[in-house]
Design a protein around this ligand. Structure first.
Ligand code: SP5
Ligand code: ZN
Length: 342
């Protein structure tokens, strides 16, 4: 399997994450990618190649123009306002506040576009996010060109980013951008299976009213886990998209038996949908050793579910999302990919 990867991910290197009332070193750190690359080399998974630059066109097909302008300018505006730390929102357009649109001041604009406050923005964030979208598009093009599979080693991740919201370590929704790319290249139906521990709220919001992209997500129950405000089993799609969103919220402590049962149900729905291609939002924060998550998958379970995902026989694009047990992230990710290859 070919991997697409950009060294520009290193430009996403914030020093802070607001966690438990403290500023800590971010869980979503550059070493994550280095561990995955070493494991790819060690196992001989296949070549690692740089992305082709596509400019903002593919991102514009998913994200709002004002949001992209915000991402492009937020760091300069934050610095120009005289702030010395990294850009973190402190105020939101919450319930019972009426504003409709970003206010002029950057402090207000941050809250307008942020869905969570843990994700700090710093100098290279925008460049790295654009490179991650290029990685996703380039890998999608390999699959469109006839490859059985490809791995988009995106960083920063994307599945929490909605049309006009960032947070949960995500800025551009790499998997959604890839899905739209596939649709525009002629795939009639694309299934997007999100196996990250956290609900893919951004991806769901982007596709909830569409019947051409089936979104399925296995995740920690939002009553207990981030992102808390989306991901219930009762969310099944909107309007023409009714029936094309499928959520599997699972309780803290979920182990592989229960998780795999939900996966089998999801794969059955992918087959019934008649998908032309499958995109997997691949987060390995379901691992038992993950520092911010509560499922109990073992490293061998990742290989097992990789084999299961291969069974429908669909052209498959893997898009990297979360996973914060840094020492084991390479083994867990590559286990999925080699399990898939059989
Ligand atoms: C892409 C992705 O996996 N994003 C996840 C973002 C989660 N950020 C907030 C996590 C808060 C977790 N708090 C639990 C601490 C348990 N010690
Ligand atoms: Zn996650």
């Amino acid at each position: 399997m070919r991997t697409i990867h950009s060294e520009k991910h290193r430009l996403r290197a914030p020093q802070t994450e607001l966690s438990g009332g403290r500023l800590v070193r971010p869980f979503e750190c550059p070493e994550r990618v280095e561990h995955i690359l070493s494991r790819i080399a060690q196992t001989g998974l296949g070549p690692v190649e740089p992305p082709v630059a596509h400019g903002l066109g593919p991102a514009r097909a998913i994200h709002a123009p004002d949001y992209l302008d915000f991402l492009a300018t937020v760091w300069e505006r934050w610095r120009a306002a005289g702030h010395e730390g990294e850009a973190i929102p402190t105020v939101w357009p919450s319930r019972r506040m009426g504003r409709r649109g970003a206010p002029q001041a950057i402090d207000g604009a941050l809250g307008w576009y942020a869905l969570a406050g843990e994700t700090a923005i710093s100098s290279g964030t925008w460049e790295a996010a654009q490179a991650a979208a290029d990685v996703a598009v380039t890998a999608a093009d390999l699959v469109l060109g006839g490859a059985r599979s490809a791995f988009a080693l995106c960083r920063p991740p994307g599945h929490h980013a909605a049309q006009d919201m960032y947070g949960g370590y995500c800025f551009l929704n790499n998997a959604a951008i890839a899905a739209q790319r596939m649709r525009e290249a002629g795939a009639e139906r694309v299934a997007l299976l999100d196996v990250d521990f956290h609900h893919g709220n951004g991806t769901q919001a982007i596709f909830e009213d569409r019947a051409d992209v089936l979104f399925l997500s296995l995740h920690g129950d939002p009553a207990q886990e981030f992102p808390h405000f989306l991901g219930g089993a009762d969310e099944t799609g909107v309007g023409a998209g009714e029936g094309f969103t499928v959520n599997y919220p699972l309780p803290p402590g979920t182990g592989y038996a229960a998780w795999a049962e939900a996966l089998e149900d999801a794969l059955g729905r992918v087959a019934a949908f008649g998908a032309d291609a499958l995109i997997v939002s691949l987060g390995v924060d379901t691992f038992r050793g993950d520092p911010i998550s509560s499922f109990r998958l073992e490293s061998d379970d990742f290989a097992d579910y990789g084999r299961r995902i291969a069974r429908p026989g669909l052209p498959t694009l893997f898009v990297m999302e979360g996973g914060y047990a840094v020492a084991e992230i390479g083994v867990n990710v590559v286990n999925v990919l080699t399990g898939f290859e059989g």
